[in-house]
Design a protein around this ligand. Sequence first.
Ligand code: SF4
Length: 74
Amino acid sequence: MRTNKLNLRREIKNLNKAIAMKCLDCVCCQAKEVLRCQITGCPLWNLRPKRLKGLYTIIRELKKKNPGYYQAES
Ligand code: SF4
């Protein structure tokens, strides 16, 4: 039972991270733009991150995985 709860929590965390990564990719890694997104027709709109906490860590991870893909912030 406990193992199932832990697995479920891990799955939810992974799904939230995947959604955050997609949203960050969508806005070229500008974290604040994810919060300001007004594309209500997007299937991820209700699920997108609602606060900045953790987004900069994910941005670093995305840039590390895809060097040169995202432009440096000015
Ligand atoms: S919710 Fe907004 S930021 Fe996220 S993928 Fe959709 S359009 Fe892009």
